[in-house]
Design a protein around this ligand. Structure first.
Ligand code: F6P
Length: 324
């Protein structure tokens, strides 16, 4: 095992609030252990191009509260090929970077696993995505902020929905997983939620809702990746199936990816960033870190990438009952 002296840290894939808190924790823990820490700009793109921040120490003050990522981020096609990864590794070698902390989602972990397997560099992954869809952690960095942002917007939509007695279909992010939609639905007191994990028969759904029309149901949450299409498609299908009230659509979109991270995301990011450096120093590599039941969990990249964190769809019954 080679002694670790210089750690590289980067963010990759979709940004998430709390990534800056994670960068800060990685860098400050490294400095605390008298290690060097280098920032890598633009994820794997910047790694291949040698875009390194050697003065990271001077960049990490006052970033805890900022959304986005000071190291920027990107999704790289070139890095998916072994040639791209070899190019990146050459850059790391030239700078004497002997370990990495990769902050991102599934695609980030996949790149990290391959880079580690092909070139032997120790890498620790941290779950940075608003989607909360990574196996091996109860929550991902950015999820809590994103659902709070969504709820804040929906509280406002509810005011106008209520005034006009309209039903709003509110689309939230989550191409493959319904965590954002499910939690947003519960937290906003929505009538119903359309998820990627479930199938909703729209004519039946409409006839059930028409029977309840004396009640005022205002909000339905739609996950962008669900089987019935996006919120506009669903609103149209609902109208075509004979829904009797006025309908509107709001797409929250990238609003959910920005903003100052909540305290929960800052704490999660700080704990994981701190542990990433400790784990590297203890000889761990090729694992993603998470917090499960308030305890640190190390999950091999292969499991973190390919195992599915099951959504608790039992909560759907609760949503319907609580909205009556
Ligand atoms: O993975 C995070 C995420 O925000 C998804 O929820 C969303 O589907 C996707 O990224 C959007 O990606 P982009 O910013 O490239 O449009």
């Amino acid at each position: 095992m080679t002694e670790i002296k210089k750690i590289g840290v980067f963010t990759s894939g979709g940004d998430a609030p709390g990534m800056n808190a994670a960068i800060r924790a990685v860098a400050r823990t490294a400095y605390g252990h008298k290690l060097e820490c280098v920032g890598i700009y633009n994820g794997y793109e910047g790694m291949m191009e040698g875009k390194f921040e050697t003065n990271l120490r001077g960049k990490i003050a006052n970033i805890m509260q900022r959304g986005g990522t000071i190291l920027k981020t990107a999704r790289s096609k070139e890095f998916m090929d072994p040639e791209g990864r070899a190019k990146a590794y050459e850059q790391l070698k030239n700078r004497n970077i002997d370990a990495l902390v990769a902050i991102g989602g599934n695609g980030t972990y996949t790149g990290a696993m391959k880079l580690g397997q092909e070139h032997g560099i120790p890498i620790i992954g941290l779950p940075g995505t608003i989607d909360n869809d990574l196996y091996g952690t109860d929550y991902t960095i950015g999820f809590d902020t994103s659902i709070n942002t969504a709820i804040d917007a929906i509280d406002k939509i509810r005011d106008t929905a209520d005034s006009h007695s309209r039903l709003f279909f509110v689309e939230v992010m989550g191409r493959h997983a319904g965590y954002i939609a499910l939690h947003t639905a519960i937290g906003s007191g929505a009538y119903s939620v359309f998820l990627p994990e479930t199938d909703t028969h729209i004519p039946n759904w409409v006839s059930a809702l028409n029977k309840k029309r004396k009640k005022l149901f205002n909000i339905v949450i739609v996950a962008e990746g669900n089987k019935n299409g996006n919120a506009n498609d669903i609103a149209q299908k609902v109208k075509d199936s004979g829904f009797e009230r006025d309908v509107r659509v709001t797409v929250i979109g990238h609003l959910q990816r920005g903003g100052s991270p909540t305290c929960q995301d800052r704490v999660l990011a700080s704990r994981l960033g701190y542990q990433a450096v400790n784990c590297l120093l203890q000889g761990d590599q090729g694992v993603a870190l998470g917090i499960v039941n308030d305890k640190l969990q190390k999950t091999p990249f292969n499991d973190a990438i390919y195992k599915t964190k099951e959504l608790n769809t039992d909560l759907l019954d609760m949503i319907e009952l609580l909205s009556l």
